[in-house]
Write a protein that binds this ligand. Sequence first.
Ligand code: F6R
Length: 601
Amino acid sequence: MCGIFGIVTSQEQLLGDILTAAARRLTYRGYDSVGIATLSDDGRIDLRKDAGRVDTVAVKYNFSEMSGRRGITQLRWATFGEPSQVNAQPHLDSDGDMVGAHNGNVVNNVELRQQFIAEGLTVRSQNDGETCVHAVEHYINKGYDFIDAIRLAYGDLAGDYAFVIGHVRDDKLFAIKKGSGLVVGLGEDADGRPFTCVSSDLPSILPLTRKIVRIHDDEIITLWADHIELRSVKDGKRLYREPEIVTQNMDTVQKGGYPHFMLKEIHEQPQVAREVLHLLEEAREVNTVIERIRKARLLYLIGCGTSYHACLIGSVYFAQLAGLAAIPVLAPQFIPQYAPAVNHEDVGLFVSQSGETKDVLNALQVAEKRGMTGIGIANVIGSTLTKSTACWLPLCCGYEISVPATKTFTNQVVTFLYLAYRLAGREPRELEQIPALMERTLEMTDLQMKALAGEINAWNDLYCLGYGATYPIALEGALKLKEITYAHCEGMLSTEFKHGPLSAVSEGYPVIFAAPPDDVPLIVSGINEVTCRGGRAIVIGEDDSRLRANASDMIALPKAGPSISPLLAVLPLQLLAYYVSVARGYDPDFPRNLSKTLTVD
Ligand code: F6R
């Protein structure tokens, strides 16, 4: 994720407080490090940055005294390259006359860095934001002018990102984007002097102006204090777009126009899946993880709550795709059940959104004492888990604000699927269809789940069943329903239902089935056990005439095959839980009694 903000004003002035306020409003996109660069008319760049939260770093480096006519700030959500001063953004080019910052991921960062080092450029960090700056410098050194150098760099920088850059002997800022968002603001200060600004997102712009222009992929925007110029990256031709006036209030804007963070985060899933897939393709750490898994005597997948459900599906993927047995285990149960049998040949993948869950850290500590290799899979880089494991993989989701985990779950599943593909020697590029399939799933199921929520709202007790790779999805769907609707929803293996719980079924009793495409006949049996007793069998799965003929309700998913389909099935379940919660008048973002990070036993 990460966030950028840049401003161009009409005259030299104190810019530190304006940039700090903008950075504060981007904190939701990252808080591992922050930096500010100001550019003055006398040819000076003042760059101050460090690891830590905005308010701490702002005081430590006295951001308030920073002045200039142009300024850039960046909030970092670390992926690769630890949160540190050198990796903090913005970054300078080799001789310090250009400064830039980005958000997102440049997935060919490693190759480009090597190329720039070989060319003799001064590369100071591991961070891909610095690579963006050098990518421009590379073309300037070849004699291109500034704007053409940025356009050419755009072609070299692969991934999803937004990038802003300024040159000290100039009066403008330039910005480009690929995949990520980028918005420009046009306004006047309290004395009626014009300014322009650019940012990854609206919350940093709206306190300054409501007149905005949204930038698209393959466009380059130039900002002067009193006007902007939009051009095509490809041929440099001028493009014209009328500014729009944003009327939404700040609360709605911070939620990306959605009424709750949970709904926003549900809809962010395709984009963060795209980002994590890009990153996994490029990260050298992945090869280390694969090697260690291959050599392991026993492999454990360890987590709590939603992260444990990802471990469960990971274990199904490892077995089904790579013929590799992995033991999924709830972190606290690992200690009495498996730790006594662990030795130095074993490997544990410790999975956690926060990287701070005490139950997970306790298990890691015990496991490592017995010589086991611990590998982290975490969203919050710089968390205790990433600092305590030999090696870790990032989930690349940015800040997940809503208490119920959504986008971090799907990226955990995507990460496991990716690892399983690699272990199986299959081409992971097949997984690149996932983001588009997720988008399609959200489009296809949203209205249906909203309507269904109204109908099942009357029930305070229900079941969610799955089989094989959809068994963990059923557990996850049930957890989401429990967590934010306060109804009792039990997740279960579909074949177990007849061994007792079937007695709960009465007229209209809702039972949700997540149907794996390869096991339709088995699910059809389960459906009939429910419907013949008057129950309501709600089926989520790839469209199939056998399911349609038997189900009370069919929630059709796009065709995706046995590995990807279970991942898609969780999306309508998240939507259902969300809509029931809202229908009940609850706040799904902050369910009662719960906390996002559980640092207690
Ligand atoms: C449910 C949820 C929790 C967490 C669990 C572990 O929506 O978010 O069940 O999954 O508390 O948290 P992490 O993943 O931070 O270790």
